[in-house]
Design a protein around this ligand. Structure first.
Ligand code: DOR
Ligand code: ZN
Length: 424
C-alpha cells in the first residue's frame, strides 16, 4: 500500500484542499483529511489540480519513423505535458491497419507505463482510400477510433461504408477533412499572405466541402463521427448548423489553430507548415468562440514530430506538422484562462473530460473525487517559461512556439497514482 497526500492543492483552480491517493485511487478529498499515515506528503503551495489530460490526436511515429519519435519518447512528452492518455494516429509505416500492429502499439505503451497509448486504426488499407480495413476485428482489441488522418477519405462511397461499419461496431470515425484534388501542391492557407509570399494555397472550401458532406452523411446514416482539426470559420458554421439539427457529431481544434495565424509564414520557417494550414485571425477567433460555446468539443494537439532534415528546408519542401504535447496546456491557459475568457473547469472539460467521454474511457477525465482513479495533473499557473524545441522530451524539436513565453507549466502528472513526470 502506498499513500501520497497532496496538501494545499486547488482542484480546478478552486478552494485549497487535500487529496489523498492510495493504491492508484483517490481515497479522500477534503480540507481536514488526516495525512498522518501517508508515505509521502507534498505541500503543493496552492497549485492547480486537474484530471489527467487526454489527447485524441497525436502521431508517435512508431512503427517506422523511430528516428523522429517513439512510443517511449512520445509518452515522455505526453507526461511532461500533463497527459495520461493519448490516441496515436494510424499513418505509421506500416500503417496501423491490422489488429497485430495495433496490439503492438498498445503493448509498448503499457510496457513503458508513462501514458496510456491507444492505437487509432486506419479506415482504409495502407491509407490508400480504396478498401476498408477490418474495422470489426480491430475494434475487438484496443482500437476505439478509426482514421486515415494525414489523408482524407474523399471517396463518398467508401466513407458511407466506413460510417456504416463504424456504427455497427460502435467505434469513433475521425475524419481529416481535405479535398485532395483542391489541395494538390498546397503548402499554405489560400489568402492574401500566400499570394504575397508566392506559396500555393489550400482554400477553406477544401475542408468545408468535405465537412458538409460528412455531416449530411452522419445525419442520414448515424454513427459516431468526429472531425479532426477544424480550421476555418466556415467549418464552425457548418458544425453549428449540424448541432442545431441534432446531428450527433463531435469536433476538435488544435492549440495552433487557436493561437497562430498565417502571418507567421512571412518568415518562411518550415516549422509553421502544417496540415490543415494556419489560417487567418477571423478563423482563430471563430474557433475560440466555438470551443467556448461547445460547437467544437475538444482540444487535440495533432502532435506531429518531424526531423530537422524535413523542417529546416525551403518552405515548399518542409513536411507538415508541429509538436504539441508539451505546449498544449500552456497555450490553452494563455488563450482562455489568462485572458479571462474561461476558467480551469473549462480547461478540464475540453482537454480531459470531453475527450474521455467521446472515446468512452471509463478511467480518464473523471472528477477529482474519492473512489476515482488517480489520473491527475498538477499545474503552476504562474511559472513563466520559454518554449524551446531543444528542451523538449520529444525526440523532435519542431515546435512553432520557439522562444515564446508562457505562464502556466505542468509540475507533475500521475497515471493511476504513479508519478509519470515531476518537476516539484
Ligand atoms: O500537419 C500534419 N501532420 N497534418 C496531418 O494531418 C498529418 C501530420 C503528420 O503525420 O505529420
Ligand atoms: Zn494528424
Amino acid at each position: 500500500m502506498s499513500t501520497t497526500a497532496l496538501t494545499n492543492v486547488r482542484p480546478y483552480g478552486e478552494d485549497a484542499t487535500t487529496v489523498l491517493i492510495r493504491n492508484g485511487v483517490i481515497a479522500q478529498v477534503g480540507p481536514d483529511v488526516d495525512v498522518s499515515d501517508a508515505d509521502e506528503v507534498k505541500d503543493c503551495g496552492g497549485l492547480v489540480l486537474l484530471p489527467g489530460l487526454v489527447d485524441m490526436h497525436v502521431h508517435l511515429r512508431e512503427p517506422g519513423r523511430e528516428d523522429t519519435e517513439t512510443i517511449a519518447t512520445g509518452s515522455d512528452a505526453a507526461a511532461k505535458g500533463g497527459f495520461t492518455a493519448v490516441f496515436t494516429m494510424a499513418n505509421t509505416n506500416p500503417v496501423i491497419d491490422q489488429p497485430f500492429i495495433a496490439d503492438g502499439v498498445w503493448d509498448k505503451g503499457q510496457a513503458y507505463g508513462k501514458c496510456d497509448v491507444y492505437p487509432v486504426g486506419s479506415i482504409s488499407k495502407n491509407l490508400e482510400g480504396k478498401e476498408l480495413t477490418e474495422i470489426g476485428l480491430m475494434s475487438r482489441g484496443h482500437v476505439r477510433m478509426f482514421s486515415d488522418d494525414g489523408r482524407c477519405v474523399n471517396d463518398p462511397q467508401l466513407m458511407r461504408r466506413a460510417i456504416e461499419y463504424a456504427k455497427a461496431y460502435d467505434v469513433v470515425l475521425a475524419q481529416h477533412a481535405e479535398d485532395h484534388r483542391m489541395t494538390a501542391h498546397s503548402v499554405a492557407h489560400e489568402g492574401e499572405q500566400a499570394a504575397r509570399l508566392g506559396l500555393t494555397g489550400w482554400p477553406r472550401v477544401a475542408e468545408e466541402s468535405v465537412v458538409a458532406r460528412d455531416l449530411i452523411m452522419t445525419r442520414d446514416y448515424g454513427g459516431r463521427y468526429h472531425l479532426c482539426h477544424a480550421s476555418t470559420a466556415g467549418t464552425v458554421e457548418l458544425l453549428r448548423w449540424a448541432k442545431a439539427q441534432g446531428i450527433e457529431i463531435t469536433a476538435e481544434v488544435t492549440p495552433h489553430h487557436l493561437l497562430l495565424t498565417d502571418e507567421l509564414l512571412a518568415t518562411y520557417d518550415g516549422n509553421y507548415r502544417v496540415n490543415p494550414p494556419l489560417r487567418e485571425h477571423e478563423d482563430a477567433v471563430a474557433l475560440r468562440d466555438a470551443l467556448l460555446e461547445g460547437i467544437v468539443d475538444v482540444v487535440a494537439t495533432d502532435h506531429a514530430p518531424h526531423g530537422s532534415e524535413d523542417k529546416c528546408v525551403e518552405f515548399d519542401h518542409a513536411k507538415p506538422g508541429m509538436l504539441g504535447l508539451e505546449t498544449s496546456l500552456a497555450a490553452i491557459h494563455q488563450v482562455f484562462v489568462e485572458s479571462g475568457l474561461a476558467d480551469w473547469r473549462f480547461v478540464a472539460k475540453v482537454m480531459s473530460e470531453r475527450p474521455a467521454e467521446i472515446l468512452r474511457l471509463a478511467d480518464q477525465g473523471r472528477p477529482i473525487a474519492a473512489g476515482e482513479p488517480a489520473n491527475l495533473t498538477l499545474v503552476n499557473p504562474n511559472d513563466p517559461w520559454t518554449a524551446r524545441g531543444a528542451d523538449m522530451a520529444s525526440k523532435a524539436s519542431n515546435t512553432p512556439y520557439e522562444g515564446m513565453e508562457f505562464s502556466a507549466r505542468v509540475v507533475a502528472t500521475w497515471l493511476r497514482g504513479t508519478p509519470t513526470y515531476t518537476n516539484i
